[in-house]
Ligand binder design. Structure first.
Ligand SMILES: CC(C)(COP(=O)(O)OP(=O)(O)OC[C@H]1O[C@@H](n2cnc3c(N)ncnc32)[C@H](O)[C@@H]1OP(=O)(O)O)[C@@H](O)C(=O)NCCC(=O)NCCS
Length: 228
């Protein structure tokens, strides 16, 4: 079990998570999905599989934030769940898994947690017999491309002007024959290395989040914009 002994929990995304996911989405992507899109995915799209990653010691604060979230939603103000680290999802259509989103809260990056979410999406896709795993990524998003290459994705095409905010191209990256033994072995090795990395690092919360999450009020927003 990848997460045994670690302070992280991966669960299917629920409607309760959506306001907080949408808040991270707004911080992270220049063309964010609105909360309604996530709600549709969870409530109405039978092909969708979405996961959220949480920092276990802060989950009770997340529950408080949810209660407050409902209140703040009524006030039409954004809210936060400090336990929520990141999320990702894919659509499964026959034997093709199309990864539609992946994001880690900026303060938690560089600790293998984006990799943890991606590898969990791949594991779920393999379990559901996906043969092709595919996604689009901005041509300028080298960080995400590195992560995808690490997991065996290769560039198989380009969509010209795909992103509406700046007409940037998308690279199409795919793992073909994901369910074959060769890939499964490579994938198992990557997961074992990831677990060793996570066990070896401190896994304490980022300094920037400690004060605000520590007193249960959630974090402030820095409005950083990264590439989808
Ligand atoms: C892409 C993203 C999910 C990576 O999350 P993360 O937790 O910071 O990444 P990890 O620490 O798990 O790193 C995994 C791999 O990503 C690549 N990577 C991560 N940070 C990198 C950096 N600063 N420079 C280059 N490559 C980097 C590396 O291949 C790394 O593997 P390594 O640690 O063996 O070198 C995160 O940067 C993010 O949320 N970005 C904004 C949203 C986004 O671009 N999503 C993808 C949409 S297609």
């Amino acid at each position: 079990m990848l997460l045994e002994g670690l302070p992280y929990v991966l669960t299917p995304m629920t409607l309760d998570d959506v306001p907080f996911v949408a808040e991270i989405e707004r911080r992270v992507f220049p063309s964010p999905w609105p909360a309604t899109a996530f709600r549709y995915e969870i409530a109405h799209n039978a092909a969708s599989r979405y996961l959220v990653l949480r920092y276990r010691p802060w989950i009770h604060r997340g529950v408080k934030a949810r209660r407050r979230g409902l209140w703040q939603l009524l006030q039409r103000a954004p809210s936060d769940d400090p336990s929520l680290i990141g999320y990702g999802g894919f659509w499964l259509i026959v034997d093709e898994a199309h990864i539609s989103t992946l994001a880690v809260r900026p303060e938690w990056r560089g600790r293998g947690l984006g990799e943890l979410i991606l590898s969990s999406l791949i594991a779920k896709a393999l379990k559901e017999h996906a043969q092709l795993i595919t996604l689009e990524v901005r041509a300028s998003n080298v960080v995400a491309q590195n992560l995808y290459r690490k997991y065996g994705f290769r560039v198989v095409g380009r969509r010209k002007g795909y992103y509406s905010n700046n007409r940037e191209d998308a690279l199409i990256m795919s793992i073909e024959r994901a369910n074959e033994l060769l890939y499964r072995q490579r994938f198992a090795e990557l997961r074992a290395k990831l677990r060793a990395r996570l066990l070896a690092q401190p896994n304490t919360p980022p300094e920037q989040l400690l004060e605000t999450a520590g007193n249960g009020r959630g974090e402030s927003h820095n409005h950083s914009e990264d590439e989808k």
